[in-house]
Design a protein around this ligand. Structure first.
Ligand code: IPM
Ligand code: MG
Length: 360
């Protein structure tokens, strides 16, 4: 039976990087007889333009019916001034929430070939392999009430709410422990329990879940310290589990350890491992249409999709090996280029990965 994959290229550089990822996916589909059928739709600003909303009901229905979703990126200046409820980002948040994709896995792995591209000293990042497990459907991103208003005094004020229930914390903690168990057996839970009530509950629940994973070493860290430790001594971390907003921030920070945010894939999974896969970077409107964006984060997201949603380990490994071979050849997009390497554009990078995969 064929597997349905819904492709949502999105905005900005989304369509460019997705075109390369689709080439790689199609080759993997043929080479490993994966039986995938691809279909395409819009999300974000592109959906606002086509359907009048950032996530159309019919797109959501297609996403529900699909076996996995591959997403580019959303957002851009063209839609910055529209009604906040119609912002492209709302489409992304809605699809995450409606599909129950609460577990966001963001691996930060340094390809040895890119040690010079990191802004940190090579010895600080050499061999880096961190997995950030970010809670994705709760916390301050979705908390109610949230409001922007004008007080009687005429002063404007706004607030958001940061709620977490026990069950939301428990299920993401379980993912963190399960991931740590099959990796380096170390889990660092990141919170702000010295200030926030939601973090105090977070810490208590993580402690309870830890009892089921005695083989995993648990530590806790405040988010400000974690941000500092990530650039001071990042190799102390194996798996980090944290809330929605802290995970958003720390994953951007961790990406720079690997040379560029253009290298970071992600998986967002529901309770049954159905997933949406996307690069961690945004739509980069400043370079959209120039053909210079790095497609590797999206290509590596394809590999995560094969691994997590379809258990196609050989095909997933092959894509990662193909990326590594291309880096060995010295090919680099602008964001990861360094002296002595060959600068290439988006399509040339994608083609090189396709060729490397073909010849494996
Ligand atoms: C990410 C992005 C999104 C987020 C934006 C585009 C809403 O920054 O996936 O990290 O904040 O989750
Ligand atoms: Mg982010």
């Amino acid at each position: 039976m064929s597997k349905q994959i819904l492709i949502l290229p999105g905005d900005g550089i989304g369509p460019e990087i997705m075109a390369e990822a689709v080439k790689v996916l199609q080759l993997a589909n043929d080479k490993y007889s994966l039986g995938f059928e691809l279909s395409f739709d819009e999300l974000g600003g592109a959906a606002v333009d086509k359907y009048g909303v950032p996530l159309a009901d019919e797109t959501l229905a297609r996403a529900r019916a699909a076996d996995a979703i591959l997403l580019g990126a959303v957002g851009g200046p063209k839609w910055d001034k529209i009604d906040p409820a119609l912002r492209p980002e709302r489409g992304l948040l809605k699809i995450r929430s409606q599909l129950g994709l609460f577990a966001n896995l963001r691996p930060a792995i340094l390809y040895p070939q890119l040690a010079d591209a990191s802004s940190l000293k090579p010895e600080v990042v050499a061999g880096l392999d961190i997995l950030i497990v970010r809670e994705l459907t709760g916390g301050i991103y979705f908390g109610q009430p949230r409001e922007s208003k004008v007080l009687e005094s005429g002063e404007r004020m706004a607030y958001d709410t940061l709620p977490y229930s026990e069950s939301e914390i428990r299920r993401i903690a379980q993912v963190g422990f399960a991931m740590a168990r099959v990796r380096g057996k170390k889990l660092c839970s990141v919170d702000k329990a010295n200030v926030l009530a939601s973090s105090q509950l977070w810490r208590a629940v993580v402690e309870e879940v830890a009892k089921d994973y005695p083989d995993v070493e648990l530590s806790h860290m405040y988010v400000d310290n974690a941000a500092m430790q990530l650039v001071r001594a990042p190799k102390q971390f194996d798996v980090m589990v944290t809330d929605n907003m802290f995970g958003d921030i720390l994953s951007d920070e961790a990406s720079m350890l690997t040379g560029s945010i253009g290298m970071l894939p992600s998986a967002s999974l529901d309770a049954n491992n159905k997933g949406m896969y996307e690069p961690c970077h945004g739509s980069a409107p400043d370079i959209a249409g120039l053909g210079i964006a790095n497609p590797l984060a999206t290509i590596l997201s394809v590999s995560m999709m094969l691994r997590y949603s379809f258990s196609q380990v050989a095909a997933a490994d092959a894509i990662e090996l193909a990326v590594s071979k291309v880096l060995d050849q010295g090919l680099r997009t602008g964001d990861i280029s360094s002296p002595g390497t060959t600068k290439v554009g988006t399509a040339a990078m994608g083609d090189a990965v396709v060729e490397a995969l073909r010849s494996l």
